[in-house]
Design a protein around this ligand. Structure first.
Ligand SMILES: *[C@@H]1O[C@H](CO)[C@@H](O)[C@H](O)[C@H]1NC(C)=O
Ligand SMILES: *[C@@H]1O[C@H](CO)[C@@H](O)[C@H](O)[C@H]1NC(C)=O
Ligand SMILES: *[C@@H]1O[C@H](CO)[C@@H](O)[C@H](O)[C@H]1NC(C)=O
Ligand SMILES: *[C@@H]1O[C@H](CO)[C@@H](O)[C@H](O)[C@H]1NC(C)=O
Ligand SMILES: *[C@@H]1O[C@H](CO)[C@@H](O)[C@H](O)[C@H]1NC(C)=O
Ligand SMILES: *[C@@H]1O[C@H](CO)[C@@H](O)[C@H](O)[C@H]1NC(C)=O
Ligand SMILES: *[C@@H]1O[C@H](CO)[C@@H](O)[C@H](O)[C@H]1NC(C)=O
Ligand SMILES: *[C@@H]1O[C@H](CO)[C@@H](O)[C@H](O)[C@H]1NC(C)=O
Ligand SMILES: *[C@@H]1O[C@H](CO)[C@@H](O)[C@H](O)[C@H]1NC(C)=O
Ligand SMILES: *[C@@H]1O[C@H](CO)[C@@H](O)[C@H](O)[C@H]1NC(C)=O
Length: 455
């Protein structure tokens, strides 16, 4: 029933720079219009199914859990767009031009926007005393938990941070963690599939080293354009394996699909024939593969800037994986960002501004009311908070879960019990926070009355 719920968009004009009041700066202020959609408290997230931080999308599939949760708590749901995405872009066409306009595109400014938006909505709906729960997935999950709840405790009563890799910064998490989880997922699905992928990289190099080798590879993989390097092919394959592992959700389990193509051997029994079989199994029957004209890297401009400025996650290929070893190299990473944007990344900013080191020690007596939820098959989970820190900063893990799966639309016939349990745990924990809030609020009112009487 609630799927037919009416949503409407609300545009708010906000200051571009929220941490400066000098008139010199104010003269150059531009406005920004974060879009709120739908209005029905919460919440913001990215797109669990698109592997990218993106504009708001009206599809309820990506935020199904939020809609169900809002209905459950009979609450208003606000779905807020991050600045510099979708229609929340300042400066028009110049927004992405260079570092001077992109400088306003950062997480501190974004969460300050969220804070102001929440206050605005509460006023508008005369709900100043209503508790607000913020929910998000991936970077949106970090924004909700790490950022909003901890930086703006007077605004958010609690946070659900789904698949938030808040510890994948600096040296907190081993660099090779991400790709070792990807590899583990394939190995669990099929040992022979894992071994074939592991061997394939050297075979690709070997074929490419022969005369007309790239042309041969182009034929073997039926590429849309002739390959200009082996990196072109390898990057494409790596992205396919990452995507399958990150979103390895029921009922289709993409990793099984990829491995079915490899083990099935429908395109020859040699290593490259098997790998090509996985492309066909995963992508479907296509006139050609790998470098179709429409193909662009899964990482769009907005998120690339964020990873090149603040969100520097050191992802390297270690020895214990199905990939060729290649450690994260901060020198090359920095050079690349300088080439793209003219500025070097602030490698230590996230841990300076938000924290992350010794998180249990720091948060056990300071913070409260945050759920970190993770699916342990999601490679980002290795940079997540996977243990309970206190009574109210808790980890809700699903051993077989994938990236942001708990936030997706529930499916009564296909959802496995562990997923239903994970979502129910989250709802029960949030319910407790809200009950306690109303209990505390009543008690403080009584005390207030008592004080008046004594006066
Ligand atoms: C939202 O995303 C889905 C799936 O990616 C897409 O099919 C749909 O067209 C999008 N809807 C809007 C309103 O952009
Ligand atoms: C950045 O772009 C703006 C708008 O095009 C321009 O005015 C400014 O000079 C540029 N700044 C730099 C450092 O290139
Ligand atoms: C292309 O590579 C395969 C190995 O996968 C090899 O058997 C074949 O001889 C090569 N073809 C040419 C034309 O080099
Ligand atoms: C690839 O290169 C070969 C040899 O140069 C050429 O015959 C063929 O048309 C090219 N294929 C594509 C798809 O461009
Ligand atoms: C991987 O193996 C190489 C060569 O055996 C070694 O030099 C390197 O230290 C290893 N790296 C890691 C991360 O274990
Ligand atoms: C990182 O890359 C630079 C430049 O490409 C190279 O000189 C350096 O040795 C690399 N560092 C490591 C640790 O591999
Ligand atoms: C904090 O964590 C670092 C490693 O990240 C460790 O070396 C240090 O001993 C820890 N500090 C405390 C007080 O536990
Ligand atoms: C954390 O605590 C919650 C609630 O008490 C419990 O459901 C959950 O299993 C615990 N998480 C872990 C990872 O032990
Ligand atoms: C996770 O999946 C594996 C294999 O698919 C299965 O054996 C195991 O029981 C599952 N674990 C849970 C907790 O559902
Ligand atoms: C549940 O999932 C199945 C399989 O993906 C799909 O066919 C069905 O439409 C879904 N049902 C709902 C209510 O979304």
């Amino acid at each position: 029933m609630h799927r037919a719920m009416m949503f409407h968009s609300l545009f708010l004009l906000q200051l571009l720079l929220l941490f400066s009041l000098t008139t010199a700066t104010a003269k150059r202020l531009h406005t920004i219009t974060p879009r709120l959609s739908p209005i029905v408290p919460r919440v913001w997230l990215d797109h669990p199914d698109q592997n990218l931080e993106a504009p708001i999308n009206g599809s309820l599939d990506t935020i199904g859990f939020l809609v169900d949760t809002a209905v459950h708590f009979k609450s208003l749901l606000a779905y807020v767009e991050h600045r510099y995405y979708g229609e929340s872009i300042p400066f028009g066409d110049e927004a992405f031009e260079n570092a001077s306009t992109l400088g306003y595109f950062n997480s501190a400014q974004a969460i300050a926007n969220y804070a102001e938006i929440i206050i605005h909505i509460k006023k508008k709906y005369q709900a100043e005393n209503a508790p607000v729960i913020v929910i998000g997935g991936s970077y949106g999950g970090s924004s909700a938990g790490f950022m909003v709840r901890l930086k703006y405790p007077h605004i958010a009563l609690g946070a659900l941070a789904s698949s938030a890799p808040v510890l994948y910064f600096d040296d907190i998490t081993p660099q090779d963690g991400f790709y070792s989880i990807v590899s583990r997922g394939f190995r669990e699905a099929s040992e022979s599939c894992y071994q074939t992928i592991r061997k394939s990289w050297d075979v690709i190099d070997e074929v490419a080293s022969k005369p007309c080798g790239l042309l041969n590879l182009s034929k073997i993989f039926n590429t849309c354009r002739n390959l200009s390097s082996t990196a072109e092919l390898k990057t494409y394959l790596i992205e396919m394996y990452i995507s399958a592992a990150q979103y390895n959700a029921p009922p289709t389990y993409p990793v099984n699909k990829v491995c079915g193509g490899i083990d099935g051997g429908g395109f020859g029994d040699d290593v490259l024939g098997k790998i090509f079989g996985s492309l066909v199994a995963y992508k479907g029957n296509k006139p050609c593969y790998v470098n179709a004209p429409a193909y662009q890297s899964a990482v769009p401009g907005g998120w690339r800037w964020q990873t090149c400025s603040e969100m520097v996650m050191p992802l390297g290929f270690g020895n214990d994986s199905m990939f060729q070893p290649k450690p994260f190299n901060i020198t090359t990473f920095t050079e690349n960002c300088k080439r793209l944007y003219g500025v070097p990344p602030r490698v230590h900013w996230v841990t300076s501004y938000y924290g992350g080191h010794n998180i249990s020690l720091v948060l056990q007596r300071f913070g409260s009311s945050i759920i970190y939820s993770n699916g342990l098959r999601d490679p980002y989970s290795i940079g997540g908070v996977l243990r309970n820190i206190s009574d109210t900063i808790v980890a809700v893990n699903a051993v077989n879960g994938s990236h942001c799966l708990d936030l997706r639309l529930a499916n009564a016939t296909h959802d496995p019990d562990w997923l239903v349990d994970q979502r129910n745990s989250e709802i029960n924990i949030i319910q407790k926070w809200i009950d306690e809030y109303y209990h505390d609020a009543r008690c403080s009112t009584k005390r207030h009355v008592g004080l008046l009487r004594f006066n």
